[in-house]
Design a binder for this molecule. Structure first.
Ligand SMILES: Cc1cc2nc3c(=O)[nH]c(=O)nc-3n(C[C@H](O)[C@H](O)[C@H](O)COP(=O)(O)OP(=O)(O)OC[C@H]3O[C@@H](n4cnc5c(N)ncnc54)[C@H](O)[C@@H]3O)c2cc1C
Length: 547
């Protein structure tokens, strides 16, 4: 599924290494388009629902309200088909409420993106202004500009291009055609407004259309007030449009919750610049203020917004699975997907196969990791510290960092792991640090910051494109949960970048992976990483042998 952005994970199919791929219900059987048509996706989703989810989902059921008497009681979920009570609620209602945006855009004649017709013919020969700088604004501009007199796109944010920052939520090239129309032909335009200009902006009914004025000058106000259309010119800071469109994005809708269980939403700057888009959640996808309320799907993108692919099918299919695994371990005594290794060779083979085949780490780059904990028992008693170690799959790094995963792993790991966990290995796929921005296509000549490469960098070029990164952390005395910090990092190894994403070269990849695992083994038995507790256990062990 590495290059399949639209298929869902079959709920019955846990493994990605067991060759089941051809038996899955995949989107490639419905469309071969890079960006498939909406009808094909909905046909696929309908079939998936019928074949894979029958009996598990109650369709055409509205959740009318959610309530809970006390924080310890069950949720009461009132639906159009009756009342349900439950300990946990998972919200996967997406981001379907259009953001109204700043109050300057609240003029009743401004059209929301969600109100636009599929056919742009109503804009034929018209002057159109669009506010926004994301895919919705540019997608609308592309469609409308085919028939309009002209389109101006206004924005206060910088345009971020998806191919430059590897973020699918940023502006994608198929939607960005209007930029050519602006910079090659100047018929349609993109206008970057300062916040000050935007704050002064007014929209008024005028000249049987809408006028936008950009300064507070009395003269301009009077041009509009007196209906002097011929004087309303851009030179005067006055623009006339037949239509103005607001394309400010979408936000979470919490209206079904009663006040006692209403989930808090992010504050400005917490996740997004203006805040209010996502519910506030812990690393375990649980509401920060309503225990037992979890978030999945596009809502879970709160944890990797602007960073990875969790807002899109190819990303949230894995974060949703992480939530299922978390709840399964926490509530039902299950185990997080893992294999128990027979030794270092086995660790090598499993890690190599994973980094070359799984799409979870590939799509959720820098966010999901394969993880191994090496404990005291392994260090003290075994010649091969990897023997018996659990190799956990697709663990959200933040779950480790915030202590959620440590307790899950300890619950399921062999006895004494709690006191014994001392080393943590993470395996991720990542882009090179700083490999984003306008110079990404110039990497043969220029450093991502735009300066020429130094001689040393030319001789040993850094890995910029997506590549496997292996890290070894020494756990602090509190356990591994707080260890994903630079100061706990003992060793970091990058397997060479490879455009074909085939990381199996004997020297560039296999040998480096082997060297890394050797380093883990030597660190495990090196005195400098051993804590007082380990030294104590070693002394006890020695005394036992001597007596
Ligand atoms: C314009 C636009 C284009 C996008 N294009 C892409 C794309 O090309 N590829 C991609 O991967 N992602 C795309 N996305 C992101 C998209 O939001 C997600 O991929 C996907 O739709 C999110 O899935 P979800 O299940 O989390 O939420 P949704 O698909 O939004 O599903 C939420 C569901 O919850 C239901 N619901 C809401 N409230 C209630 C209630 N009270 N009771 C019962 N049911 C309720 C809704 O009816 C809906 O069916 C796009 C988003 C937008 C806005």
């Amino acid at each position: 599924m590495r290059h399949d952005w639209n298929s869902l994970i079959d709920p019955l199919d846990e493994g990605e290494l067991d060759g089941k791929a051809r038996r899955r219900l995949l989107m490639q059987n419905y469309s071969l388009e890079y960006y498939p048509r909406a009808e094909d996706l909905s046909r696929y989703l309908r079939d998936f629902a019928a074949q894979k989810l029958a009996g598990y989902v109650s369709y055409n059921t509205d959740v009318l309200s959610i309530d809970r008497q006390t924080p310890d009681s069950e949720f009461a979920v009132n639906t159009s088909k009756g009342l349900y009570t439950c300990k946990n609620v998972v919200m996967a209602t997406g981001l379907h409420t259009p953001k109204r945006g700043p109050k300057q855009l609240w003029h009743p004649k401004v059209i929301g993106y969600h109100e636009l017709p599929a056919d742009p013919k109503m804009f034929t020969g018209k002057r159109v202004a669009i506010f926004g700088s994301g895919n919705a604004a540019f997608e609308a501009a592309s469609a409308i500009s085919k028939v309009s007199a002209h389109v101006d796109i206004y924005s206060t944010s910088e345009i971020k291009l998806a191919h430059q920052n590897h973020y699918p939520g940023a502006l994608r090239i198929p939607n960005a055609g209007v930029l050519d129309q602006y910079l090659l032909k100047s018929l349609d335009t993109y206008i970057h407004l300062s916040q000050e200009s935007f704050d002064q902006m007014r929209i008024s009914d005028a000249f049987k259309a809408l006028a936008i004025t950009f300064n507070n000058e009395f003269e301009t106000e009077m041009i509009v007030a007196r209906g002097k259309e011929h004087k309303c010119t851009p030179l005067q800071g006055c623009h006339v449009y037949d239509y103005i469109i607001r394309a400010m994005g979408w936000e979470f809708d919490a209206s079904i919750f009663s006040p006692s269980v209403a989930p808090a939403v992010e504050k400005p700057g917490e996740i997004t610049k203006r805040g209010g888009k996502y519910p506030s959640m812990t690393a375990a996808y649980e509401s920060k203020n309503v225990s037992g309320l979890f978030f999945a799907g596009a809502l879970a993108h709160a944890l990797d917004f602007g960073q990875s692919a969790g807002g899109f099918i190819h990303g949230f299919r894995y974060t949703s699975r992480a939530l299922v695994r978390y709840l399964n371990v926490k509530n039902h005594g299950g185990t997080w997907s893992n294999v128990i290794l027979s030794g270092r060779r086995n660790a090598f083979e499993h890690a190599l196969a994973r980094i070359n085949t799984v799409s979870s780490l590939y799509q959720m780059y820098g966010v999901l990791a394969d993880v191994m904990y090496l404990n005291v028992g392994d260090i003290l008693n075994k010649s091969d510290p990897f023997a018996g170690v659990r190799y956990f799959h697709d663990v959200p790094l933040r779950m480790i960092q915030e202590g959620y995963f440590g307790s899950l792993a300890n619950d399921t790991a062999p006895e004494d792991t709690l006191s014994g966990v001392r080393l943590l290995v993470t395996i991720t796929l990542e882009y090179g640090v700083g490999f984003s921005g306008r110079f990404v296509l110039d990497h043969a000549r220029l450093h991502p910051t735009g300066r020429p490469w130094t001689r040393a960098e030319k001789e040993k070029p850094p890995d910029l494109f997506l590549h496997p990164v292996l890290r070894l952390y020494q756990c602090s005395h509190r356990g591994c949960s707080r260890s994903l910090r630079k100061r706990n990092l003992v060793h970091e190894m990058h397997l060479k970048e490879e455009l074909s994403t085939d990381w199996t070269d004997k020297y560039l990849h296999q040998q480096r992976l082997e060297r890394f695992l050797e380093r883990v083994q030597s660190t495990a038995s090196a005195p400098r990483v051993l804590s007082l507790r380990v030294v104590y256990l070693r002394v006890i062990e020695w005394l036992r042998r001597e007596s």
